[in-house]
Design a protein around this ligand. Structure first.
Ligand code: SF4
Ligand code: SF4
Length: 464
């Protein structure tokens, strides 16, 4: 069911259910993107995408250039190439904790020092996203060249799922893409990296969307932006002014509007069926940062080596929006932002709704890290967990219409059959249920643990 909200006298597209957590974006929304000085070392994980880890393609002491391939995707899956995010010397392969709690092999690279002994630091935001995007080059780009450039550059969805972008773009006559939906919602509280990218580099996003549209053959492009980012909507509207079949659509500010299963009903008044994909409706969804990366890959030959990260929360001394080389440790990024405040309590990869708690700050920024949120004591709800009072608020808040308490309970007691019957796999881990729960039951933690257990048992039964 689709709803429409009244906003400033205007009806805005909306979806059913969802919540309105405090936005807390004012800490960084007016801060332009800065470039992080080159770190002492980066450790670039071979697993930063949905599929199998890439295979290491370099050896210790090898000299590599920025953007050079260092990990090759594994054929036949959802793997992606990995590239050097700095020019420098490869160190011995190591294992690193990932922001999502998993571990991965990683390739450390020590950046080359400049002649004066300092690390060279080039502000590359302009080089990656700025300047002109020549019309003749956009017109000359052929679909197959776009697909190959995106694949070679290791581009994956930067909105969180890290699904290889070229796979999304490779359509078949049986399953065509009618509409390219560019997602600029950034509904997660605290985070502003997409907002700043849209405001500062709208031409890169529109150019990437034009190229992606060409590659997949979409008839039209819709750029969807929440109503709390009017400057971004204006910037994209201006950048797309002369693009036929492009439309900027402002949608209601509500969490989790940025989830594709919420955004699609809001924009198209159609639901993605449970177990289905947006492509079943002829829709391909791209995050705005992914679109900008497509432009850089196709027209400038840039691999996916950097990303904009919002470093925010009351627990970090100097919040920022930062362009960061992939593989930089959370510790290095936080140090550049003045370090942890005295009352810092919890570091999250991402925002407070969908983020993962990070306990080891040697974890590196990956292609999917849109934010580092450090919550202070005042920002953490430390109320005690109590027993479920069967109030049903978790059900009312779930944007997918699931029964979170049933899934979580089944996962907690290890009854994976019951958890699956209650659609464990469909849960997008948005956190609305836990946010609404007056008993402070960590529903999403139980659900995530259930998914990990399910994946483990499925792997075991396949292998043996
Ligand atoms: S059950 Fe999953 S999809 Fe539903 S509110 Fe909870 S986390 Fe979100
Ligand atoms: S919101 Fe919490 S207390 Fe209420 S039914 Fe759901 S799990 Fe139980």
């Amino acid at each position: 069911m689709n709803l429409r909200s009244l906003f400033g006298g205007q009806l805005l597209p909306d979806f059913a259910r969802g919540i309105h957590p405090p936005q807390n974006k004012s800490l960084t929304r007016e801060l332009p993107i800065e470039t992080l000085p080159l770190p002492e070392v980066v450790a670039i994980p071979l697993l930063q995408h949905a599929g199998a880890p890439a295979e290491c393609a370099v050896r210790p002491r090898q000299q590599v250039e920025l953007s050079e391939i260092i990990g090759r995707r594994v054929a036949g899956g959802l793997s992606a190439n990995i590239h050097a995010s700095v020019t420098g010397t490869v160190q011995a392969l190591t294992a690193v904790p990932l922001p999502n709690g998993r571990r991965s092999q990683a390739i450390p690279i020590k950046p080359a020092a400049s002649e004066d002994g300092s690390h060279a630091n080039v502000s590359i935001a302009e080089e990656l996203f700025g300047g002109d995007w020549p019309e003749d080059e956009i017109a000359a780009a052929q679909p197959i060249d776009i697909l190959n450039a995106v694949s070679e550059a290791g581009i994956v969805g930067m909105g969180g799922a890290a699904f290889p972008t070229d796979v999304k773009l490779r359509t078949t006559p049986e399953r065509p893409v009618e509409t390219l939906l560019v997602n600029g919602c950034e509904c997660e509280p605290f985070l502003t990296s997409d907002d700043r990218l849209m405001r500062e580099f709208p031409a890169a996003i529109v150019t990437g969307a034009r190229l992606a549209r060409k590659a997949c053959g979409a008839k039209r492009v819709i750029l969807a932006i929440e109503s709390n980012k009017p400057e971004a909507a204006d910037a994209l509207r201006a950048a797309a002014e002369n693009c036929p079949d492009f439309e900027v659509r402002v949608v209601n500010t509500k969490y989790p509007m940025g989830g594709e299963r919420q955004l699609i009903p809001a924009v198209f008044q159609r639901e993605v069926p449970t177990g289905g994909l947006p492509l079943d409706l002829g829709i391909a969804v791209f995050n705005v940062a992914t679109a900008a990366a497509v432009a850089g890959a196709v027209l400038r030959g840039h691999a996916m080596t950097h990303r904009v990260v919002t470093v925010t929360g009351g627990g970090v001394r100097s919040p920022k929006n930062l362009l960061v080389p992939i593989g930089t440790s959370f510790q290095t990024v936080i140090d550049f932002c003045g370090g942890l405040a005295a009352d810092a309590r919890r570091v999250l990869a991402g925002g407070p709704m969908m983020g993962f708690t990070v306990t080891d700050l040697s974890a590196p920024v990956t292609k999917g890290t849109g934010g580092i949120t450090v919550l202070s004591a005042a920002e953490i709800d430390e109320a005690e967990q109590t027993a479920c009072i069967r109030c049903g608020r978790c059900i009312d808040g779930c944007p997918l219409g699931l029964a979170p308490t049933r899934i979580a309970h089944a996962a907690k007691v290890g009854d994976l059959v019951l958890a699956q019957k209650n659609h464990l796999a469909a849960c997008c881990e948005c956190g609305c249920c836990a946010y609404e729960c007056p008993a402070r039951i960590p529903l999403v933690q139980y659900i995530r643990a259930g998914k990990v257990e399910l994946a483990r048992s499925q792997t075991e039964s396949r292998s043996g």
